[in-house]
Ligand binder design. Sequence first.
Ligand code: KG4
Ligand code: ZN
Length: 353
Amino acid sequence: MRVLGIETSCDETAAAVVESDGRVLSDIVHTQIQLHSRYGGIVPELASRDHLRSISPVVERALEEAGLERTQIDGIAVTCQPGLTGALLVGVQFAQGLAWALDKPVVAVDHLMGHLLAAYLEYPKSPGPLSPQLPFVGLLASGGHTAIYRVEGFEPHQIFELGATRDDAAGEAFDKVAKLLGLGYPGGPIIDKLAFEGNPEAVSLSRPMKGKASFEFSFSGLKSEVARHVQLHGPPGDEPRLRDLCAAFQNAVVTSLISKSVRAAVEEGVNTLVLCGGVAANRGLREGAELAAKKHGLTLLIPPLRACTDNAAMIAFAGAQKLLTGQNNSGALRVSPRTVLERLTRKGSGARG
Ligand code: KG4
Ligand code: ZN
């Protein structure tokens, strides 16, 4: 089954064609980073307008690169939640219109489901899919969400949230700290690069939620600590001091992410840990997780970078799993800023204190 995926939840207009077994036939991402970078964050109205301009050519390119006519796809999957309402509406309206015109089924996909299942994608010319065995523990760290899940299957009711951030998402903390240091947007890749040559021990920052039994995160206090450091000492005057501050901040974030997700896998009794979401591109996180996984005898799986950041291939794959079970949300697509996983799993998961 070949599925066209459409993703417009935030600042990427993306379309992809994916086989239901995970083979990626095309994967087109049009990013709006340049549009928003001068504001240091995403401006929702500008995002919606740019999605409107880009959606049609992006979908056409995805079909063209897959070598398919519109009529040759078997169904459409579109991100319905969570995200910016106006941005989501552009993708959903487009998907609904196309499905109606082609008389094909269309399914709603939760963006976080897409991220969690990205390890099942198989890109041409890159090593085969990681295909984590179920159940696995997934750390999803992106610009909008940071949470740990136990994944037992491809349906929302088979995914259990073990803990989430109480305030900022990890990527959001990277972006806000970069903004306060005047480094540009998005901050994650910039801080990652600077941190690589910095000394994390040179600046003392606290480890958020250290020693707490829960799998919850908190990053806003850490961000305030960096702001206080800058207030007290002034902005780092030279490159070495800037690198050290970035290294200390990054180290505090990734130590928290790694220690909680590794402990979650161990306590859940599963031996596969998957990292996903844009922050999984972070070099410090990847290297640190590799060491920690080895130490605890866990198999660590991290999808390729293009599958970690926002894309429509992950949406097409997650949607294909729904279409295979005969689901069709035609005429009943609703957008929501919240995730279905948060709502469904908090009740069932018995969150720890
Ligand atoms: O998953 P994603 O592309 O979009 C959302 O769903 O939010 O994640 C974007 C986030 C941004 O906050 C960005 O700063 C962060 O991922 N990010 C990184 C890195 N690359 C992207 N954070 C840390 N290190 C990176 N190398
Ligand atoms: Zn995302």
